[in-house]
Write a protein that binds this ligand. Structure first.
Ligand SMILES: [Fe+2]
Length: 345
């Protein structure tokens, strides 16, 4: 028991229940065991406290007037900053259907009323431990994203590059109606695709002139270095294909694996397309940003030469047309469509 108390000491628990007596009883017991307790007597103020205090666990009553437990749970789990907070739901003995709906709304564990005090402590302990692990993982993930930003900051010309790629990648993913998970993987990949450049020295990465063959060989290692950096983190596993394969070209002329066409993972082909557009439409050390119609012209030319996925190029043109800032007239869009239907590409 002593050990158990040590594990839960100073953890933050929010109790949300409209029955004041029940809340007070539970909070007194938890406080006696070293837990820091926050109390809310309805769903709305519960959500406010979740935002303000970022508790380690929320204990939520199912039956509450106005906003019930399911709605509160859904609201917590739908926000990025609070979705990893574990929730214990208090239900009646025979509420089987309620448990199913609770699981559907994102609840992590249940406790039947009247609950047992020891059971409460063990559940709090287990979920506090779980929360610690996810916090550590989140921290590790944010370190990796900071690294990616540090890579971008080394080169004046790539400032804002990852954010723009994530923006274009997400727009294209949504335009194609890709599943939410895949869109998230594309966004992660957009931020992390060039993280391996951290392993490339400044005199190669920032060289103004042409790279020598030897320097080029070193530069070509950045996708594999990036993959090795992100591999240990399970939560980044869906971004790995983008990191490794974003420099492959549709006709097999890219690196590191010289994959061709559909052999190249879809998300990597997608990021390659938006990456190409971003390179053309922003300032480079060797030339100014190209006007939108000039970008389109080059993209079509290179697609005809076999470098880029024609389907994705074509769909991306449709997306670009909807972004007013790019001011693309896209007279060439019909041309690509024509090439596709006549199997010229
Ligand atoms: Fe790259």
């Amino acid at each position: 028991m002593e050990n158990l108390m040590q594990q839960i000491r100073d953890s933050k628990v929010l109790i949300v229940d409209d029955e004041q007596e029940a809340v007070d009883l539970m909070s007194t017991f938890l406080e006696q065991n070293g837990v820091v307790v926050f109390k809310a007597y309805n769903g709305e103020s519960g959500l406010e406290l979740v935002q303000k205090e970022k508790p380690d666990i929320v204990i939520l009553d199912l039956q509450m007037p106005k906003m019930n437990g399911f709605e509160v749970s859904k609201a917590i789990k739908s926000k990025n900053e609070t979705r990893l907070i574990p929730i214990i739901m208090l239900t009646g003995n025979s509420d089987f259907d309620a448990r199913i709906s609770g699981l559907e709304s994102g609840v992590d564990d249940f406790m039947t009323k009247p609950y047992n005090f020891k059971e409460l402590l063990f559940k709090v302990r287990n979920l506090v431990n779980l929360k610690k692990y996810t916090d550590e993982l989140e921290n590790a993930e944010s370190v990796i994203f900071s690294l990616a930003m540090a890579v971008e900051a080394r080169d004046d010309y790539t400032e804002g590059h990852c954010t723009r790629l994530a923006y274009y990648g997400e727009l294209l993913g949504r335009h194609l109606n890709l599943p939410e998970e895949q869109v998230r993987a594309i966004i992660q990949g957009a931020y992390l695709h060039d993280i391996g450049k951290i392993g490339i020295s400044d005199n190669i990465l920032l060289k103004k002139g042409k790279l020598t063959d030897e320097e080029w060989e070193i530069m070509k290692k950045h996708p594999e270095i990036g993959e090795n950096i992100c591999k240990p983190l399970k939560s980044l596993r869906f971004a790995l294909p983008v990191i490794r394969h974003h420099q492959e070209r549709f006709n097999g002329s890219g690196y590191p694996d010289k994959l061709k066409g559909a052999e190249i993972p879809f998300n990597a082909r997608l990021i390659a397309v938006v990456d190409f557009f971003d390179a053309l439409s922003t300032h480079r050390p060797y030339r100014a940003a190209l006007p939108a119609d000039e970008c389109i012209k080059i993209m079509i030319e290179e697609t005809l030469q076999g470098y880029w996925d024609p389907f994705l190029i074509n769909e991306f043109f449709k997306v670009l047309k909807q972004i007013k800032e790019t001011q693309i007239t896209l007279k060439d869009e019909d041309y690509i469509d024509f090439c596709l239907t006549n199997k010229i590409i």
